[in-house]
Design a protein around this ligand. Structure first.
Ligand code: URA
Length: 277
């Protein structure tokens, strides 16, 4: 059925429905979890006290709900920077200001094991989408409040986690040093993991550099927690391991952030002694 999205420059319906995610103002919380996988959105929502499907279009599925008295949403980004940028752009237009990526990842350090979680402090920008926003020297940092809330959540849930730098690529295979079809190989692929490992990068995934860059460019908050399903040191791959823990940590971090946001009152930033009052 035809649907009029008004302007080609800024496509949304008269009611404000965004072209890709098909959500409008009032549909989502300020706190939005961002998994890549559309099927993971319902899984995330299954941990909430109340939840409902808001919209489903292409790879973009959105649920909203309530978790421990906090309004919360989750939207899938699909895989990679371009679709993640679309989701962040459209969620910003309808009031979201805090983004928490919940994903899976490959670890590249020997002290990290499958099933562990990684909380990202920032991402090496090996993506393409973030370059269409700002020059490459601009840092893709996670927001300190989101990082701190994720750490607090991981500690309170007693899960094994690491905190550090992530690298985001636009290619799961060649970009992450895996041979392409029929063993396709380029000489630089040999060095990508050793070089990042030497620089103490913890893990590889495909969306956080774009999400973090956009969040910084627009002055909002973003962070990310990843379940390690691939161990690139010992060459192990276990689908799904640690994902429930990543979801629990992400949900709990929203409760913590909402508490800190209340404590902040007129202050712009959270800092630990605000808790003492
Ligand atoms: N996601 C990635 O981008 N890489 C991995 O190795 C695992 C999950």
């Amino acid at each position: 059925m035809d649907k009029d999205f008004g302007s080609a420059k800024s496509p949304q319906t008269r009611e404000g429905l965004q072209y890709h995610i098909r959500c409008k103002l009032g549909d989502v919380s300020r706190y939005v979890l961002l998994p890549g996988d559309p099927d993971r959105v319902q899984k995330i929502a299954s941990f909430w006290d109340k939840s409902w499907l808001v919209a489903r279009n292409r790879e973009f599925v959105t649920y909203s709900g309530v978790y421990k008295n906090v309004s919360i949403s989750a939207t899938s980004t699909g895989i990679g920077g371009p679709s993640a940028a679309i989701v962040v752009e459209e969620l910003l237009r309808i009031g979201a200001d805090t983004f928490i990526r919940v994903g899976t990842t490959g670890s590249i350090q020997d002290f990290i094991h499958v099933g562990d979680l990684i909380i990202s402090m920032g991402s090496v920008r090996l993506d393409g989408a973030s370059r269409q926003y700002v020059r490459i020297e601009y840092p893709a940092v996670a927001h300190f409040e989101v990082v701190l809330a994720l750490i607090e959540a991981a500690e309170s849930l007693g899960v094994r986690y690491h905190v550090g730098i992530t690298a985001s690529t636009d290619s799961f295979y060649t970009g992450q040093g895996r041979p392409g079809f029929r063993g396709y190989f380029q000489s630089w692929m040999k060095n990508i993991i050793p070089d990042l490992r030497a620089a103490y990068v913890l893990n590889l995934e495909m969306e956080s550099a774009t999400i973090f860059t956009l969040a910084n460019v627009y002055g909002v908050r973003a962070g990310g927690v990843f379940a390690v399903i691939a161990d690139r040191v010992r060459d192990e791959f276990v689908e799904g391991i640690g994902v429930d823990n990543a979801i629990r940590v992400a949900n709990e971090s929203v409760r913590i952030l909402s508490e800190w946001d209340l404590l902040k009152g007129e202050k712009k930033n959270f800092y630990p002694s605000l808790i003492r009052g």
